[in-house]
Write a protein that binds this ligand. Structure first.
Ligand code: ZN
Length: 384
């Protein structure tokens, strides 16, 4: 047999005598069928060892996210803006949030410490030598639910001047952690929920990787626009539009904020990535570039209307949801889809204002119900 004819594969002898002995030994074993048994035993032992390692890994990461306050010892060291560190918005009611941006992450930390979950830094923010954005703050990811179950990742403030998405997101997570209804209980048990409430600390669409030829300034912090973060991703990156608000950067994924988000995709492999924006007529555009992603996207679309109805949205006001299998230039949803996630981009509200009626719609009115329904539909349809 080939095993006997090629003894060097199994045994490297030091002398001709040893070679003879080794060859004879293998021949004897082979004739009795023992070689097969030995290989089966080795394979079984390796499998058991591998399984026990996997189980140990899950046990290690389960405890902080499955309800109950986080353990003090599990809290990471974070460098965050303090109130007053981020001076920003124009005067008046445009680009003027209800929660100032330098308290957004600490507000999520307070919620998480009191109702359960954990958090970690996924990277450092971009900086500018010319303004108050001179320190690299931690970009923070919050984690809730069951780490062994299918994940959804939601971010807000990718465009740093868009604060409406954060309002919806905070209220959805507060509802989820309160766990007072069947949807919330189901999701906490059967999903892993990942949240980045502030991806971009700057009050602009971009950050500070500024090409000296650029002339366009950000809409509120009066720095040059730099790289529009939602044009910075692959696979269809474009480095032209230099003087424009949609400048995508010199190369894909060049910005600290982009790298931080990608590191979270790589670490947690979310089945759905949900990217919140504002300023256009509300809609959700879903990027699903593979057959598996299209199946998930269509399942979510099918149930979305039903859940909106259950939450009290009438048929006239149901939010739109459209599916595409194409990548768009530089968008984060395209980057996420190219890495395995179904990507959602939602325009939450067509306004830049901070009127009371807008906030109440985002916190408990029509917009809240529409996007809470999308969150629920997504979580349920990615469960296994
Ligand atoms: Zn935007």
């Amino acid at each position: 047999m080939s095993l006997i004819n090629k003894p060097k594969v199994f045994y490297k002898p030091n002398s001709p005598n040893a070679m003879k002995l080794g060859t004879r030994f293998i021949k004897n074993l082979s004739e009795r069928g023992i070689v097969v048994i030995v290989w089966l035993a080795v394979f079984a032992a390796a499998s058991v060892f591998s399984l026990s390692c996997t189980r140990f890994k899950y046990n290690k990461s389960t405890s902080p996210d499955n309800g109950g306050p986080s353990h003090a010892s599990a809290k990471p060291e974070l460098f965050l803006p303090k109130p007053g560190d981020i001076t920003s918005a124009k005067s008046g009611d445009v680009f003027k949030p209800w929660d100032e941006k330098d308290i957004v992450v600490t507000k999520f930390i307070k919620l998480t410490d009191s109702l359960g979950g954990s958090y970690e830094s996924i990277g450092k923010s971009s900086t500018s030598p010319r303004s108050s954005y001179s320190k690299p703050w931690d970009i923070v990811l919050f984690k809730y639910g069951n780490p062994t179950k299918p994940a959804i990742l939601v971010d807000a403030h990718m465009h740093g001047n868009e604060f409406h998405g954060y309002e919806v997101l905070y209220t959805i997570i507060k509802w989820l952690l309160s766990g007072n209804d069947d949807y919330a209980k189901n999701i906490l048990e059967n999903n892993y929920i990942l949240v980045i409430p502030c991806l971009n600390y700057r009050w602009s669409r971009g950050n500070f990787n500024i090409d000296p030829r650029m002339t366009v300034t950000g809409p509120s912090d009066l720095e040059k626009n730099g790289v529009n973060l939602n044009r910075n991703f692959g696979p269809r990156h474009d480095s032209t539009f230099l003087d424009k608000d949609s400048y995508g950067g010199k190369f894909p994924d060049s910005e600290n904020e982009s790298k931080a988000l990608i590191s979270a995709w790589e670490k947690y492999h979310p089945k759905v990535y949900w990217n919140l924006h504002q300023g256009a007529v509300p809609y959700t555009s879903c990027t699903a570039s593979t057959p598996v992603q299209l199946i998930i996207a269509n399942k979510i679309k099918d149930i979305y209307g039903t859940i909106q109805g259950k939450l009290g949205v009438d048929s006239v006001n149901m939010a739109t949801f459209r599916i595409s299998n194409h990548f768009s230039t530089g968008l984060a949803v395209s980057g996420a889809s190219s890495m395995g996630s179904v990507g959602f981009l939602t325009e939450v509200y067509k306004s830049w204002r901070n009127y009371d009626d807008i906030r109440s719609s985002l916190n408990n009115g029509l917009q809240y119900k529409q996007y809470k329904a999308l969150f629920i539909a997504s979580c349920l349809m990615i469960q296994e």
